[in-house]
Design a protein around this ligand. Structure first.
Ligand SMILES: Cc1cc2nc3c(=O)[nH]c(=O)nc-3n(C[C@H](O)[C@H](O)[C@H](O)COP(=O)(O)OP(=O)(O)OC[C@H]3O[C@@H](n4cnc5c(N)ncnc54)[C@H](O)[C@@H]3O)c2cc1C
Length: 459
């Protein structure tokens, strides 16, 4: 049976939702955000998923979270709603942490920043930069919540860059009993490594601490039309040409349509932007990953110097970050199988292309976080932005998954996939440990939903 959920689409009234969010969040007590009588249905960012309840509450403090959690038998925390599957869904209650978006402590000596759990990267990064600090990497857009992103092992690109969750150094969690637990990399060893990519199943994360480093500047260059044969022969050289490299392709014409190379200016071997790069031509204007679309919502390219947080994401803060309605899937394969896996997907081009908006290929360093797709293996990730036709995509995903199965491909936790729980169990070897850890903090499954019960706890 398919493992994903995409509800029938009813257009989301995002403006109304945001207005309600903004006006109601100031309430001093834990408050319902949407009236149950309201006709507005709460949906995820892409609008493909209608959440199963509109009982959405907002918390403004640790004490409110504790008291709310104690009273509920079932709930799920909602981040910025950017997941494409039902990982954040609840049939009972949703808790928003959106109004808890403060920097709690910036500690240069410890190299950490601690924030409350509702903060987005877009809110944190300019603040960090103004104080002379930076994060090691970012995802394609800054609008996502830090906690939601880390809970699902969200990643950017870069041979030496772990996913965003690898920057987490400590967590404060309200458990099912309403108790506060603090876990840190320094003090809690394996339990901490299990909790960071927690899929929202251990409890409500109320604070999160991240590693920081001195602020840095970057340049971004885009090259067009890289022959697939060059990619095949020079994959390592291409991927290590910059601090973070992304390859965009529609799988047509045996070529990568765009290569985005983001480099730090202080690097010893800063990228030398020659007019040609493995047969690809340097772009003469800013480009969108889908070359026919306007680049106005994309971060600055053409080698223009800028702060890290305005170059690492592909999309700017303050703009609608994509082409509109879409679905997303992504699979991670071991680094050494990257080229083979790319060629396997390329062979499916005639099946994939009619439903595709664009694919993106990135590299991610290995880590030690139990449920990270890069657990103990450096990865190449192959991402698909689909047209919003779930019926077609649902038929196609098993075909792609079958082709990638020899590489033990792991799906992105926040995107659409159809792998069975048994397959997930065979590729995430720390799942049994994760189940034990979750049960320690949530013995009765207060934070479990359909996604977790099926994909994690049925193992
Ligand atoms: C346009 C777009 C671009 C994207 N680009 C990338 C990319 O470049 N790289 C990538 O890897 N992914 C990418 N994603 C996927 C995205 O980063 C993940 O889906 C991420 O989880 C989104 O965070 P969120 O807060 O919106 O999550 P939500 O969907 O709101 O929640 C995700 C999970 O986190 C849990 N959670 C959130 N907050 C808390 C909390 N305080 N306590 C406990 N649990 C919590 C939720 O319960 C849920 O299980 C993209 C998505 C979109 C829509």
């Amino acid at each position: 049976m398919a493992n994903v959920y995409a509800a029938g689409a009813m257009p989301m009234n995002k403006r109304t939702f945001i207005r309600l969010f903004a006006s109601l969040l100031a309430s001093p007590v834990i408050s319902p955000l949407l009236a149950w009588a309201s006709k507005i249905k709460l949906k995820n960012w892409a609008g493909n998923l209608e959440y199963s309840t509109d009982r959405l509450y907002s918390a403004n403090s640790l004490e409110q979270v504790q008291s709310y959690v104690k009273k509920q038998s079932k709930l799920k925390v909602l981040g910025t709603r950017h997941c494409f599957n039902n990982i954040a869904d609840s049939t009972h209650n949703l808790l928003s942490m959106k109004s808890m978006d403060e920097v709690v402590a910036l500690e240069p000596e410890a190299h950490t920043v601690t924030v409350t759990a509702g903060m987005t990267y877009g809110q944190l990064c300019p603040h960090l930069h103004s104080k002379g600090f930076a994060l090691h990497n970012l995802a394609s857009l800054p609008h996502i919540s830090i906690t939601g992103a880390c809970s699902t092992a969200t990643h950017g690109s870069g041979e030496k860059n772990g996913n965003l969750a690898t920057a987490v150094s400590a967590l404060e969690i309200v458990t099912a009993a309403g108790e506060v637990v603090k876990l840190s990399r320094q003090q809690d060893g394996e339990a901490f490594l299990g909790a960071v990519v927690g899929l929202g199943s251990l409890g409500v994360i109320t604070k999160i601490a991240l590693d920081i480093q001195p602020a840095y500047l970057m340049r971004q260059y885009v090259y067009e039309s890289l022959p697939l044969s060059e990619l095949k022969d020079h994959f390592d050289a291409i991927q290590s040409s910059g601090y973070s490299v992304s390859l965009f392709t529609d799988w047509q014409n045996q070529r990568i349509s765009e290569v985005w190379i983001k480099s730090r200016v202080e690097e010893v071997h800063a990228f030398d932007a020659t007019p040609e790069f493995f047969g690809a031509k340097r772009a003469t204007k800013n480009l969108h990953p889908i070359s026919e679309l306007s680049a106005e919502n994309c971060t600055e390219q053409m080698g223009v110097l800028g702060p890290w947080y305005e170059r690492l994401p592909h999309f700017r803060m303050g703009f609608t970050p994509s082409a509109g309605k879409e679905l997303q899937s992504e699979y991670f394969v071991p680094r050494q199988n990257g080229v083979e896996a790319i060629l396997a997907v390329e062979r499916l081009r005639d099946q994939v292309s009619p439903h595709l908006m664009i694919s993106e290929i990135r590299t991610i360093a290995a880590d030690n976080l139990w449920l990270s797709p890069c657990y103990e293996q450096a990865c190449v990730s192959i991402h698909f932005t689909w047209k919003q036709d779930w019926r077609a995509v649902r038929k196609l995903l098993p075909v792609i998954e079958k082709e990638l199965a020899p590489f033990k491909a792991r799906p992105h936790w926040g995107k659409l996939f159809t792998m069975s729980p048994a397959e997930l169990k065979s590729i995430y070897k720390r799942l049994p440990d994760f189940i034990r850890l979750s049960k320690k903090y949530d013995p009765k499954g207060k934070f479990r939903n359909e996604f977790l019960s099926m994909n994690v706890f049925s193992s």
